[in-house]
Write a protein that binds this ligand. Structure first.
Ligand code: AMP
Length: 382
């Protein structure tokens, strides 16, 4: 199937070509015609499935026929759980919009940075991507109004609920006009997502691409594990990076302190590294991610929470420096590589204490990972 089979206009097709997409991903094949037909939608899909373009393209197409409305009365709202995701989703809209005759101004707003520049930037914005708390602050400041909203997207709704945004979401939904199109995306259909679905959607089209994607994705990832003692983990990581001549490595750790310590040690040993975790300012997180994405930063050390929404097209290597607690997090972490059809490598460092837990992870994942010994490797000088 091609993008041209989905009811998209010539200018949108040009915009897609401009982004270098050849064929629609499964979620796009199903979501785009449904959204263009004005239907409500429930998409069970993860980051990596292509869901962002799945909703951004039809929304942008709908805007091609709309006149710009009153200033600060936005017409489309995408609610997201994290700042990183807000920036990424807005980038997708902006990337496609570049090629359109009627350019539509998209803005990302999120907490943790000063509100004034966002209030000013809202002027002329028609599509807003927002985290819930900051959106409410902006509304309280009368910097924007939701009474003319036509499309609402809840992206990664399960994460938003897990992160405790339920009350904010309800407050926002109460401010919306009755007549509108609702698109709900979630990686899982947990009970709390089901509740939102019942409240929000009317006769939705339901699409689920989760399992197929995860299976496909795992196929593309070469997984390997090394048995190692806790004391040798640091030098061994440096050995892997240096010996393997790795230029872009995402390393997962279990704590904020662990991330900072590891970064300090890597830097001390001549490897360029930065940390990304919840204690870092928004500016520092954005800078680290941008430098990493553009290839200027060799190692990014992240905690699980900060990793949500990290989307890098061709990330070659992910290292589990510390093993995550849940098998789901393991799959989510290693899914940062091998995305959008590219192959990738996932390396896990396994201490004696991790052994049993790692067996459970492999069982849940339905895949066995090769375990290599490291005792013989001389780490002097690393
Ligand atoms: P998402 O799930 O929206 O975060 O998208 C995952 C990745 O797939 C992003 O890097 C997109 O740029 C890429 N992508 C989305 N749709 C396509 C497509 N049809 N062809 C190629 N790449 C795509």
């Amino acid at each position: 199937m091609n993008f041209s089979d989905l009811g998209l206009s010539a200018s949108i097709l040009k915009a897609i070509e401009g982004q270098g997409y050849n064929q629609p991903f499964p979620i796009q094949q199903q979501a785009i015609p449904a959204i263009l037909a004005g239907k409500d939608l429930l998409g069970i899909a993860q980051t990596g499935s292509g869901k962002t373009a799945g909703f951004a393209l039809p929304i942008l197409q709908q805007f091609q026929q709309k006149q710009p409305g009153k200033n600060r009365f936005i017409k489309a709202l995408v609610l997201v759980p994290t700042r990183e995701l807000a920036l990424q989703v807005a980038d997708v809209f902006k990337g496609f919009s570049l090629h359109l005759t009627r350019r539509v101004k998209t803005l990302a707003v999120y907490g943790g940075v000063s509100i004034n520049p966002q209030m000013m930037a809202l002027s002329g914005t028609e599509i807003l991507v927002a985290t819930p708390g900051r959106l409410l602050d902006l509304i309280d400041n009368k910097a924007l109004h939701l009474s003319e909203l036509e499309v609402l997207v809840l992206d990664e709704a399960d994460k938003m609920l897990n992160m405790g945004f339920e009350e904010e979401m309800n407050r926002i939904i109460a401010l919306l006009p009755q007549k509108r199109q609702n698109l709900l995306f979630s990686a899982t259909l947990a009970r709390d997502v089901e509740v939102v679905k019942e409240r929000l959607l009317s006769s939705p089209v339901v699409i689920s691409v989760e399992e197929e994607k995860e299976e496909n994705q795992l196929e593309l990832i070469k997984q390997v594990a090394y048995r190692i003692s806790t004391e040798r983990k640091g030098p061994f990581l440096r050995y892997l990076i240096k010996q393997g001549n790795m230029q872009q490595v995402l390393v997962f750790v279990s704590s904020i302190r662990g991330a900072d310590n590891l970064v300090a040690k890597l830097n001390k040993n001549g490897l360029q590294a930065m940390a990304m975790h919840g204690d870092k300012s928004q500016g520092a997180r954005t800078e680290a991610l941008q430098r990493f994405k553009s290839g200027k930063l060799q190692v990014l050390v992240a905690t699980d929470l900060a990793s949500r929404g990290i989307d890098i097209k061709t990330l070659p290597v992910v290292v589990n420096y510390d093993l995550p607690r849940s098998p789901k997090d393991y799959v989510h972490r290693i899914g940062r590589t091998g995305r959008a059809g590219a192959t990738g490598e996932a390396i896990s460092l396994i201490t004696k204490e991790d052994g049993h837990h790692f067996k459970i992870i492999q069982k849940k994942m339905g895949r066995k990972v090769d375990m290599l010994d490291t005792e013989e490797i001389d780490l002097k000088g690393y």
